[in-house]
Design a protein around this ligand. Sequence first.
Ligand code: 13P
Length: 262
Amino acid sequence: MRETKTTIIVYWNIYKTSGEAAAVAAALLKGYVDASGLRVAVAPPFTALESVSSVLKGGKIALAAQNMHSRDEGAFTGEVSAPMLKALGVGYVILGHSERRHIFGESDAVVNAKVKAALAHGLTPVLCVGETLQEREAGLTERRITEQLEGSWEGIGKEGMEKTIVAYEPVWAIGTGKTASPAQAQEVHRLIRKKIHEIFGKFSSDCAILLYGGSVKPENARVLMKEEDVDGVLVGGASLSVDSFLGIIAEGSASRKEKGGF
Ligand code: 13P
């Protein structure tokens, strides 16, 4: 097994007020059984970052954000910046999520600027890529994923790549209950690792953390994470309940052992 951590990043979309999110974070922390080789981060809405940060402080679960602007400051009404996230103890930031790309029109260039800003401020970007159903059915999956990767990586260099997590989230599997089969996920993850190898070299591709996202739940988390190139999961809906969140973490530990990790 490659010496990477099994990584589980969850986000709560626009569910949970500040108080609700803090209560769930406290319950998670209580139920969380730390397992070596596992890394877990939670991305509440911006309005709950501060309250969740206070709860998670010093614990084993890290804080993530669901988005950010690429500029540090300025007249960008309604946006938040990397320094603002850093000041609240955020360590990871999800960038280019399919909803940001499809609902809010973020292009690869916009996502690329955000990735660069995150890296410049010491935040770990969780860069999302994925094809639509139409693209998959037209045989365009590889082309679409490659375009998104190349566009979003532009100019980040090997060092930047080694600090970036990539999440494959097939758009057709998000919030639809349709999960990619382990083989479908593995096929695209293999492609992503190959691209990293081609552009940044073997070391970068060996240490890259590749997550799968799209209708992950406790029932399918283990088989997905058991695939060779699936290093963890990015979870939306199923992370809203404490039991199901803890279930996914337990499955992550189990799959790690089955893959020969510690
Ligand atoms: P769901 O887990 O709610 O399907 O969302 C996943 C997702 O958006 C992957 O990034």
